[in-house]
Design a protein around this ligand. Structure first.
Ligand code: KG4
Ligand code: ZN
Length: 358
């Protein structure tokens, strides 16, 4: 089955052209084209995503990306399924993708293919299927599994008994972890998006320098909270500014070291909670695998610490993080989610739903 997938839920415009096979038992994907037009430079001066600017860029980028695929060696007319993200996300952006997909089917290409909506969160959830290692595995070797979605809008822990039988067991009660990275980056005068910037400067810092709180770490549930951690960084900065009169008064070199320590200590606090709760859930549900996904899963310090913790505790669990390009928003993961749901005949309506939950 050939799938053309479209993703416009936030600030990345993405189109993927994929081949899917294997059904629900052994789903397998071949990526023919996976294109992303990033809008980071446009939103950076505003310190975050501006919805109307994002919509304007999607309108401009979608035809350009499609043209790139049409100009390639692939025959886009042979598409069996068109999939488009319908939520969650920014509704003006989602509508842009939906209208483009409808137009694509009826006017531009005169395709006879089916057109269905897909969930952005299921895209992240199923992104482990883009890993060639999981193709060769028997479902009995993978499930039960624990999945952790960590992005700019969500922090969700999920128990998966099979590809299609899954249940949310915890989520953030306030800020998403990526959102906390972005907000702390702003406090440290780092550009948007803050996650990669924090990761970069944290490498030069001491993660034990400041003992930031680990919110909800010792609570028995699988929920998270990151807003208090962000506020703890804010208070730390305010108090240390008072101590040194103004931050500007401190020597440049000293400030850089201090910011690196703050970034490293904040990152460590956030990761301690994510890793501890995910491993506890894996233990409780006898998970054979852990899948992490979403923009924050691109953090190499996090993946390193996950692997280290699994090894240290001598757990017999396989750990999967997507390749970098499949952590951030992309359309390949939307094709995967669409394939799974199409086979299940669980097609989503073509209506933008900004608050669509898992
Ligand atoms: O999945 P994603 O691209 O978009 C959403 O669905 O939200 O995630 C974006 C989030 C942003 O908050 C960004 O700061 C964070 O992922 N992020 C990172 C890293 N790369 C991106 N956070 C921590 N470390 C990174 N290396
Ligand atoms: Zn996302």
């Amino acid at each position: 089955m050939r799938i053309l997938a479209i993703e416009t839920s936030c600030d990345e415009t993405a189109i993927a052209f994929m081949e899917a096979s294997g059904g629900l038992k052994r789903p397998k994907f071949k990526i023919l084209k996976n294109l992303v037009a990033s809008q980071i430079k446009i939103h950076r001066p505003f310190g975050g995503v501006v919805p109307n600017l994002a919509k304007r860029e999607h309108i401009k980028n979608l035809p350009a990306l499609l043209k790139k695929i049409q100009n390639s060696r692939f025959k886009i007319q042979n598409v069996d399924l068109i999939a488009v993200t319908v939520g969650p996300g920014l509704e003006p952006c989602l509508w842009t993708g939906i209208n483009f997909a409808k137009n694509l089917k009826s006017e531009i290409l005169n395709l006879k293919s089916d057109l269905i909506g897909a969930s952005h969160l299921e895209g992240h959830l199923y992104s482990f299927l883009l890993n060639p290692k999981t193709h060769i595995l028997n479902p009995k070797q993978i499930f039960p599994a624990i999945a952790l979605i960590i992005s700019g809008g969500h922090t969700i822990l999920i128990k998966m008994d099979s590809l299609i039988k899954y249940k949310k067991i915890g989520e953030t009660r306030d800020d998403a972890v990526g959102e906390a990275f972005d907000k702390v980056a702003r406090l440290l005068d780092l550009p948007y998006p803050g996650g990669p910037e924090i990761e970069k400067i944290a490498k030069k810092g001491n993660f034990n320098a400041i003992n930031f709180p680990r919110p909800m770490l010792n609570q028995k549930n699988y929920d998270f909270s990151f807003s208090g951690l962000k506020t703890a960084v804010l208070y730390y900065l305010r108090d240390s500014c008072e101590n040194t009169k103004t931050r500007e008064n401190t020597k440049e070199g000293k400030n850089v070291k201090k910011n690196a320590d703050i970034a490293a200590s904040f990152q460590q606090a956030a990761f301690d909670v994510l890793i501890s709760k995910t491993l506890r859930a894996a233990g409780e549900f006898s998970a054979k695998s852990i899948f992490i996904s979403g923009g924050v899963a691109a953090n190499k310090t996090l993946t390193g610490k996950f692997k280290e913790a699994i090894k240290k505790r001598k757990l017999n669990i396989s750990f999967y993080a997507p390749k970098l390009k499949f952590c951030a928003d992309n359309a390949a993961m939307i094709a995967v989610a669409a394939y799974v749901n199409y086979l299940r005949k669980k097609n989503r309506r073509l209506i933008a739903n900004g608050g669509l939950s898992l």
